[in-house]
Design a protein. Structure first.
Length: 140
């Protein structure tokens, strides 16, 4: 297993995905797209460089309105968590979630932050004694 991969709890529980997803988003918020790329698995068709991931997120809606990943306040995080879809099979899982982005990162913890979500999906894959996230794709 790659040393940089986010290691999720081995239990196939929704909370395990949520924790791993928010750890990944925290890397995006820090602007550490290199660590974000290194921390998840990438399929052959979905692989991105840190620069490609940053551009894909910041210009997802259009090239002129640059969006920045944020972690909003607890109330808004709970709303995002409620919208997650997480499915489990006998060994692995699949999930969709919304990466919160804004043009107002300085207002991230305020209720009136201008907030949008970029839908993304992951496979949740057992690797050794942990689960890891494998990027599937962005959803338009």
């Amino acid at each position: 297993m790659k040393a940089d991969l986010l290691k999720l709890k081995p239990a196939r529980e929704d909370v395990s995905f949520r924790e791993g997803f928010w750890m990944w988003v925290a890397l995006l918020v820090r602007g550490d797209f290199s660590a974000a790329v290194a921390s998840i698995r990438w399929g052959e068709k979905s692989a991105m460089t840190p620069e490609e991931l940053e551009e894909r997120i910041t210009t997802f809606f259009n090239d002129s309105d640059v969006m920045v990943p944020i972690i909003p306040n607890e109330r808004l995080v709970s709303m995002i968590d409620e919208k997650m879809e997480i499915e489990w099979d006998e060994e692995d899982g699949w999930a969709t979630a919304l990466i919160p982005v804004s043009q107002e990162p300085q207002k991230a913890k305020e209720d009136d932050v201008s907030l949008m979500g970029i839908a993304v999906s992951f496979f949740i894959v057992k690797e050794e004694d942990h689960q890891v996230l494998e990027f599937e794709h962005f959803h338009a």
